[in-house]
Design a protein around this ligand. Structure first.
Ligand code: VGL
Ligand code: ZN
Length: 235
């Protein structure tokens, strides 16, 4: 073997070592039956918006990068009427972050947010998902909230997302976006209930954490079989 050739082999193997992933790091490769769900990455949920989630905008570069690994991408938007039932201002004497009883159960009351057609309800302009195929809007019935992208808070009215995904042969969803403990968690839990394999990509989400809601959401999701992963786990 010439000195030059052996040096080449040496360089090539060092390079291979440098780029090899440690064998214990499981990589997950989304396939044609997988969809990335990007929940509510809207102006309302970041600094300057009406219901800002701490660090909300930080999910954008993570999600933009993840998108390259997915053939199927669905985006959601919280899309409320003016005077929506989930707004504290709709209920006399109520303040944001208090609760009220609705026919469908306890409702957290929020500041007015994500009103249909407003700049506040627009997707973040830095979110770059040119290959996204569907935008699901939710929470547009004045008297019913919808944290989940699948089913409204009355637990009866479907958004149509499950039927869409099933019609397209999708069996696995990777949930990202805002907020971890509300719309992301409810979307992930409903996806499990509907029979999908479900991953939540933690570093592509941020939580509101109202009275311990973030830890509670992770506990519920984990118990329901939702897999908690990081963006680096995706090939
Ligand atoms: C959300 C509170 C109210 C969310 C939406 O996207 O997590 N949270 N509306
Ligand atoms: Zn909302």
């Amino acid at each position: 073997m010439t000195a030059l050739l052996s040096r080449r082999i040496f360089l090539a193997s060092t390079a291979a070592l440098a780029f090899a992933r440690p064998s214990f790091a499981a990589t997950i490769k989304p396939d044609a039956k997988s969809a990335l769900i990007v929940v509510d990455v809207q102006n309302c949920f970041v600094d300057g918006g009406t219901l800002p989630v701490k660090g909300g905008a930080q999910v954008v570069p993570v999600i933009n990068k993840l998108a390259a690994a997915f053939e199927n991408i669905v985006v959601t938007q919280d899309w409320h009427t003016p005077g929506h039932a989930s707004f504290a201002s709709t209920h006399a004497g109520k303040k944001p972050f208090e609760t009220t009883q609705m026919p469908y159960g306890t409702q957290v009351l929020w500041p007015d947010h994500c009103v249909q057609g407003s700049d506040d309800a627009a997707l973040l302009k830095d979110l770059k998902l040119p290959t996204a195929q569907l935008i699901v809007r939710k929470g547009f019935h004045k008297d019913v909230d919808s944290y989940s992208a699948f089913e409204e808070a009355d637990r009866k009215t479907a958004t149509g997302l499950a039927a869409y995904l099933k019609a397209r042969g999708i069996d696995t969803v990777f949930v990202t976006g805002l907020a971890t403990d509300f719309c992301v968690a409810w979307t992930a839990m409903d996806a499990r209930k509907l029979g999908f394999n479900v991953y939540v990509i933690e570093d592509a989400t941020r939580g509101i954490d109202l009275n311990g809601s973030l830890a509670a959401a992770w506990k519920q999701m984990t118990e329901a079989g939702v897999k908690r992963i990081q963006s680096g786990d995706i090939a």
